[in-house]
Design a protein around this ligand. Structure first.
Ligand code: DQA
Length: 142
């Protein structure tokens, strides 16, 4: 089974971006981990990251067209992007929402709402990069 892991804005700087919140694993290392975890679970994983909302919408539309399961960390778009919401609403294969931190426990009020959650079969938050493994396990379980 093919799976897309889609990461939104600022996640390309993982490892250097606020490591006290997001950890020290780089995005390149996260890609390798996801591909290896996927292989162990019998999944063919492709990881992408973009800072451009339209690109993310194109990728989600492609996942809808091809009925590909998605692991999505929409980063800040999680909290306000109705374009990402509309794209998630069109998915037919399962979507798992993932966050490195737990936005619901962070002090900024704007992080407490997610436009993605209504369309997700599960939300994995607050487990750092390990959360991506947990999200892939959810999809592998079916
Ligand atoms: C994040 C949490 C979001 O609130 C934030 O905007 C991010 C990363 C996370 O993985 O913890 O960019 O999605």
């Amino acid at each position: 089974m093919r799976v897309l892991v889609l990461n939104g804005p600022n996640l390309g700087r993982l490892g250097r971006r606020q490591p006290e919140i997001y950890g020290t694993t780089t995005h390149a290392e996260l890609v390798d981990l996801c591909v290896a975890w996927g292989a162990e679970l019998g999944l063919e994983v492709e990881v992408r990251q973009t800072n451009h909302e339209g690109v993310m919408v194109d990728w989600l539309n492609q996942a809808a067209d091809d009925r590909i399961p998605v692991v999505l960390n929409a980063a800040a778009w999680t909290h306000y992007s109705y374009a990402v919401l509309d794209a998630c609403a069109q998915l037919e294969a399962p979507l798992v929402e993932v966050h490195l931190s737990d936005p619901s426990k962070r002090p900024e009020e704007f992080r407490h709402h997610s436009v993605v959650t209504a369309y997700a079969v599960e939300v994995v938050a607050g487990h750092g990069v390990d959360g991506y493994r947990m999200a892939l396990e959810v999809l592998a379980r079916g």
